[in-house]
Every structure is written in C-alpha cells, then in structure tokens.
Design a protein around this ligand. Structure first.
Ligand code: COI
Length: 348
C-alpha cells in the first residue's frame, strides 16, 4: 500500500492555467521511493517540497541521474489518460542500467504514478493542448565523492500543468562543431547530463536567432540526428525521413508513434541516415517541404527555418502539412477523441 501524506493546502486556485510557462508550476504532491540496503522501498506520496540531500551525494558530483517525460490528458467525460506509459517505464530502466542505477519495479512505477495522478486529477485541464506533464527521475543520493556508483537513490515523480513547450516559432541550427553524443556513449539514455551539455551550444545558437540545434554525428558532422528536446523529421517532396535509432539517438515515444502513424496515413516514410548535404540540396531545389520535431513535451513542433554554416533557409508554410496532420491525429488519440487502433491509450 502506498502511503499518502496529503498537503494541507493547494496551489491550484493561485495557478493561471491559461498562461503557463512550461515546467514552472508544480502540483501539490510528489512521489518518492528510496533505494537502500539493496532494494527499492514502497513509494510514498508527500506534499511537494524541497529535499534534504547530503552535499557530497553522487548526483551533484558525477551526474548520476536519469529522467523521463510523460503526459496525462483529461477527456470530455473527465476520464484521465496517459500515452504509452510502458514505453517510458522501459526507457527509464534502460537509461538507469547505462548509468549503473538499479532498475525500478514495474508495479511500484505504475502504482505510484497512478495514485499520484488520481490525487492530482484537478490539475489536469480538459481541452486540446492542456495536459499534466509528468517528470519521473532517479538521482544518486548516497553521501561520498568516490567516483563509483551510489548505493542509495531516490526515484521521484513530480507533475506540472502544461500547455505548449515553445511559445513562438522554432528555427534550428545544424551543428557543425558541437556534438550531443558519440558512439558507445549515453546518447540513447535520458541521462540528465545529455541535456545539461546542450545548454552552452544552444545558448550560442540562440544568440544567432535559433531556438534549438540539430545535432549531427560526432565523427563527420555530415548526418542530422536529433534536435535538443525533440527527434526530427524531414519532408522531401511527399516523402518523410527520420534518422534511425542508435546509441546516440533517443528512442522517442512520439517519434515511434509518428512512424507507425505514417504507414496508416499512407505517408511514404523512410527511417535512414539523413545527410546535411541532401537537405541543403532539397532546400535549394524547393523540394524540402517541411521539418518538424517530435517529443512528449513539444508534441509535434513545426520548424519554420534552419541555418547551416552562416546561411539561412526558410521553409514554406503549407496548408496540408504533415506536421499538422500528425499532431491532429496523435492528439485525438491522446485525448480520447478518436479510435485508438494501436492500443496506445492507458486509462488511469
Ligand atoms: C520530453 O519531451 O518530455 C523531454 O524530456 C524533453 C525535455 C528535455 C523537455
């Protein structure tokens, strides 16, 4: 049985749900499970608040931390749904394994998550675009700075009401210098450090007017792989292309859902390496119709233009964009407004 300590007050009445900045407001409760003495202990739910952690804990010194991003949606009948949550469970354990963090039992994950969501259901607002962003994460809490895996961890889930991730248009810069991940590294994992390491190059790109970087392969910078918070898709003519999963690229849940939907929507789809050169040639000949990112936080995010080695390219505004079609189809499934032929929806 999960123990619940209820918060004596709620922040919900003070929250402006029409003007949310992504990831700034958190709900009243959080879930915590501790790993100690070689096992994960039954999760507890507590009022949301600061933690007390020894300053020498491994997470602060060696970044032994992984996380996930998930969302919950409320339909017109007030039912609550998640989207393919078992994928996130499997991925956080794959990420944990790579970071030498003990894997987390499935029933703890699902019971803890569902109990928390039921408690926080009023934070989930109805309507397309409104959701509760769920952030499960694991941190190494054992005291001591020896450079070895910790023996103590905290697995936690916090939740934040969300609307869109980006408030304006998204332009991206193709990276010709910095890299996100290398072969044999941790690029496939949702390791905290993968994201922290992007901040500096992304800041430089922002100074040039781009919101994100499209990471290229670390060896040659010839292949386009993934954007900062999203997987990335390119449309050349009628054909949609995205890079294959590798140990450098995150196996995005939205990415794999788009690939599955493309087949159903009769959109020609190729999962293969994408070269910078072919995208530049397609842009120059007018064949590059669209680029968009996919991710839990961003859903499907159209990209309005890109930069490569100091040259800027604008993408056309299409009436019949694939990005729009995927977003609409995906959201109708997520919000229980359409058939779910793949069995992706999960009722809480
Ligand atoms: C998500 O889409 O959930 C992510 O984890 C991206 C995040 C860095 C905002």
């Amino acid at each position: 049985m999960i123990s619940i300590e209820k918060s004596s007050q709620t922040k919900i009445d003070k929250t402006d749900f029409d003007n949310l900045t992504f990831g700034q407001v958190f709900t009243d409760h959080m879930m915590i499970s501790d790993f100690k003495d070689g096992e994960w202990h039954e999760p507890v739910i507590k009022p949301y608040g600061p933690l007390s952690i020894d300053p020498s804990a491994r997470v602060f010194h060696y970044g032994q931390a992984v996380f996930e991003g998930m969302k919950a949606y409320k339909d017109k009948d007030e039912k609550i749904w998640m989207f393919r949550p078992e994928q996130n469970f499997e991925r956080i354990n794959a990420s944990s394994k790579r970071l030498a963090i003990p894997e987390f039992p499935k029933d703890f994950f699902f019971n803890g998550l569902e109990t928390l969501l039921k408690l926080e259901k009023d934070w989930i607002k109805q309507g397309f675009g409104n959701s509760l962003y769920i952030r499960p994460f694991v941190i190494a809490t054992e005291a001591g700075v020896s450079a070895s895996p910790a023996k103590e961890y905290k697995f936690m889930i916090i939740c934040s009401p969300a609307q869109s991730y980006y408030s304006g248009e998204v332009r991206v810069k193709f990276s010709d210098k910095f890299s996100r991940a290398a072969d044999g590294g941790v690029g496939f994992a949702k390791a905290a450090g993968n994201y922290g390491a992007q901040f500096y190059p992304t800041n430089l790109a922002k100074e040039e007017g781009y919101q994100q970087i499209v990471w290229t392969d670390a060896n040659s910078h010839e292949y386009l792989e993934e954007a900062g918070t999203m997987n990335i898709f390119f449309r050349i003519g009628d054909k949609l292309i995205t890079a294959p999963i590798s140990d450098r690229i995150l196996d995005g849940v939205t990415r794999k859902s788009v690939i599955a939907l493309a087949e159903r929507m009769n959109i020609p789809m190729e999962v293969r390496k994408v070269t910078v050169q072919e995208i530049l040639e397609a842009a120059d000949s007018g064949n590059l119709k669209e680029m968009f990112g996919s991710g839990t936080a961003t859903v499907i995010n159209p990209i309005t233009g890109f930069g490569n080695k100091g040259k800027n390219y604008d993408l056309p505004k299409l009436e019949d964009s694939y990005a729009h079609a995927f977003k609409d189809t995906l959201m109708k499934i997520q919000y229980n407004e359409a058939e779910d032929p793949f069995g992706w929806r999960y009722e809480v």
